[in-house]
Each structure stands twice: as C-alpha cells, then as structure tokens.
Design a protein around this ligand. Structure first.
Ligand code: C5P
Length: 219
C-alpha cells in the first residue's frame, strides 16, 4: 500500500525525549535522551500525511512540519496525563520517550541544604504510559513501544511486547557502536505481535524513522 494513502487522516501520538523528576526547585533526576528518534518519527509521519501529536520531555529540538502539534511536558506524570488524553482520539501511539521509572516521593518547596554527609531521596514508581495505552487500546488502535536491552535482546523485547500488550516493539541494539542515546544513528529490529521480525542495518535516525513508518502498515 502507498504510505501516504495509509497515513492520510491518521492521528498519531508520539512521546519523545527524557522526563525530569523534580527533587527541589533547582534539581531533578533525568537521563541523557535527546528526543531525536521521536522527533524524526514525527517529521517522517507528518510528511506522509499523518496528523501528529508530539508529547516531548525537555529537549533542545523543535518540530518543523505544520502537521505536528507539540506538547511540552517535564515529568513522567505530565507526559502520562497528556498521552492518555490524546490517545482517546488517536489511531496510533508510538512511545519513544525515555520515561524515568521513578520520581522523588516528595518534592521540597525550598532548595535542599547540604547540611548532612549523606542524603537519602525516597523514590516511588512512575506509571508506565506504554502499558496503560496497551491496556486501554481498542481494536482499531495500534500501540508501539521501544526497548533497549543488554542481553537476550529478542526474547526480552518479545516479553515486553506481550506484557505491555503492544502491537510492535522497536528494539534498539546496544551492541553496535554509534547506536542509541546521544548518537545520530540507530540499529534496530522491529518485532510485530504476529511473530514477524524485521532487522535493519545501522542507519541515521531519519532513515530508522522511515523504516518504522514503512513497517507500521504491516502490523
Ligand atoms: O519497560 P521499559 O522502560 O524498558 O519499556 C520501554 C518502553 O516503554 C518505551 O517505549 C517507553 O517509552 C515506554 N515507557 C513508558 N512509560 C514508562 C516507562 C516506559 O511509556 N513509565
């Protein structure tokens, strides 16, 4: 099928970037995600005619295409609220964000002083956005997640797909220099829920976004 025929009038929610979990007014827990993969996906899908809703954690990037509406969020809870709300009207959700698994149980209103030699911050688990959308999805909705595994990659990605009730998982391989966080290239495999696996070479994130865009109609 022609990709623009498939994507025309499709509403797609994408999460991208890291989340920042506040400790006090000047500190947070975060990660090194740049958001590049999610932003490239948004551009490629928009170019193919989709209406893209991009929910982005703190990042330096700006979406350019007029078919992309960007929602800036900071924490996992804000990302969760925005994604779950947008998902109600969406055809496809692609969760590419590096969501913090935990957040500080309490956020201090004032800057924490270095009075003690040690400081303990109690963390509580954040909701899993991908798993929530997987559990809520209706028959005509497609949910796609990412996985970053260090061992038994395919087996663990397959388990993630089943546990989160996703339709596909994009597996990022860490075995290749130049793939993943901070780099402009990625080496991925895509696992579909019907058991099919597509493997790709190390490519630019733009080309990876094109591969994912071409694969979604096969789900
Ligand atoms: O469980 P894990 O973090 O390895 O799963 C990664 C996938 O789940 C990614 O698609 C990520 O965007 C999504 N995720 C999420 N909400 C979380 C944690 C992960 O949407 N709290």
């Amino acid at each position: 099928m022609n990709l623009t025929d498939f994507y025309k009038s499709k509403i797609i929610v994408i999460s991208a970037g890291p989340t920042y979990e506040k400790i006090d007014p000047v500190r947070f827990i975060g990660n090194y995600s740049t958001g590049k993969m999610g932003f490239e996906l948004a551009e490629v899908l928009a170019e193919n005619g989709a209406e893209v809703h991009l929910v982005a954690g703190p990042t330096q990037l700006t979406a350019m295409h007029s078919n992309i509406k960007t929602y800036l969020v900071e924490s996992a809870l804000e990302m969760y609220n925005q994604c779950t709300q947008l998902f109600e009207k969406a055809d496809i959700a692609i969760m590419a964000a590096a969501v913090a698994d935990y957040r500080p149980a309490e956020v201090s209103d004032i800057k924490i002083k270095k009075n003690e030699d040690t400081l303990t911050i109690h963390l509580v688990k954040n909701p899993d956005i991908l798993a929530t959308l997987g559990a809520r999805k209706k028959e005509n909705q497609i949910v796609i997640g990412f996985a970053l595994e260090t061992n038994n990659e395919i087996e663990n990605a397959r388990k993630k797909l089943e546990k989160k009730n996703a339709d596909a998982i994009v597996l990022n391989s860490l075995q290749y220099k130049g793939a993943g966080f901070k780099y402009d290239t990625n080496k991925i495999s895509i696992l579909l829920k019907n058991g099919r696996i597509f493997e790709y070479q190390l490519k630019s994130k733009r080309e990876v976004a094109q591969d994912i865009t071409a694969c979604i109609p096969l789900i």
